[in-house]
Design a protein around this ligand. Structure first.
Ligand SMILES: [Cu+2]
Length: 332
């Protein structure tokens, strides 16, 4: 699978190099980032956008540091091991620019999470949670825009609309589910950041650094780790409608401060606040379709598929295998 990703990556790059300058870029669409990037662009005064994204993340097998662990390895130290997890997320977004300087953005996720486990006796069981995640509200403030280049700042807050009290049936009874099965942070969080993008007629590129800062402890006596996410992308537009992209994303996130008193960290690694942090680098391939004419004018449809190149986890912790993002954006 990794080989296939690299072959595709080389093809996209080759197309970008050989095709450069051939195709035109009639509008500002070419400044858009791959669909996995949020808050990548701003709008001119009075312009509005609605968006919907579907994201699916698959995690299979455990890892400690950069080493893979078998289920037997994890069960040597814990009563229960997670085997795999899938997360589906539906994200509704709206953007509106009250002025050329400022674009306001809101995003509301809905997540559905499933995790498979095995215990020392060999019994397997699945837990699930679903519901609203944390609402994000942000102001994107234009700093610089000229000559095909653009910089804006992000000032965002996270509102704790996601539950941190999800419970489920396990062999231990109906209990509070561990940290990765919870839907929100339980706290108001800060999302500072900066985005840069540039474009020529057929090429686009950019970078974004976003932080997540958790200020206080939540009602269950813990505070999720802070996070920094840095990404850089390049895109190539051929014809009036299609863009292909290649993106590198590097994320680093901390362990949990404090602990939920209802969780038993010796039972399963997902309940241990000191086994949540990590660093991961993903490579993503994207494609987007946007047209200026006819019924679909002003709308953009996009897909991005990412796989990790590197991950170093405070484990045992489930490793990420793939992330798929599908999205629709409509401008008015
Ligand atoms: Cu927008």
């Amino acid at each position: 699978m990794t080989t296939r990703i690299w072959v595709l990556a080389v093809l996209v790059l080759a197309q970008s190099v050989m095709g450069a300058g051939v195709c035109d870029c009639p509008d500002r669409e070419c400044g858009y980032a791959p669909i996995g990037v949020m808050g990548d662009h701003t709008h001119p005064a009075g312009s509005a956008m609605l968006s919907y994204r579907y994201m699916r993340m698959e995690m299979n097998g455990n890892r400690d540091g950069t080493d893979r662990l078998s289920a037997t390895d994890v069960l040597a130290d814990f009563m229960v091991t997670p085997l795999e997890m899938s997360m589906e997320m539906h994200m509704l977004g709206a953007m509106w620019a009250p002025s050329d300087r400022v674009t306001l953005m809101v995003m509301q996720p809905y997540a559905a999470i499933e995790m498979d486990h095995r215990n020392r006796m060999g019994a397997t069981f699945t837990t699930a949670s679903s519901g609203l995640g944390d609402l994000k509200v942000a102001a994107l403030i234009n700093l610089f825009g000229c000559c095909g280049q653009h910089v804006h700042l992000h000032a965002g807050i996270g509102v704790p609309t996601g539950s941190i009290d999800e419970t489920g049936d396990t062999p231990m009874g109906h209990v509070r589910l561990p940290y990765p099965m919870q839907l929100g942070s339980g706290t108001f969080d800060l999302y500072p950041g900066v985005t840069y993008h540039g474009k020529t007629d057929s090429l686009s590129w950019g970078g974004q650094v976003l932080g997540t800062i958790r200020l206080v402890e939540n009602d269950n006596d813990y505070r999720l780790g802070d996070r920094v996410n840095a990404t850089a992308w390049g895109g190539y537009r051929c014809g009036r409608s299609w863009t292909t992209s290649l993106r590198l994303n590097v994320a680093r996130w901390g362990n949990i401060d404090g602990a939920d008193p209802e969780l038993a960290p010796a039972m399963v690694p997902t309940a241990d606040p000191d086994r949540r942090g990590g660093t991961r680098a993903d490579l993503g391939l994207g494609a987007a379709f946007a047209t200026q004419n006819g019924l679909l004018a002003g709308q953009r449809f996009a897909v991005e598929y990412s796989r990790p190149l590197y991950q170093d986890l405070d484990g045992p912790q489930l490793e990420t295998d793939e992330i798929l993002t599908l999205g629709w954006q409509g401008v008015w």
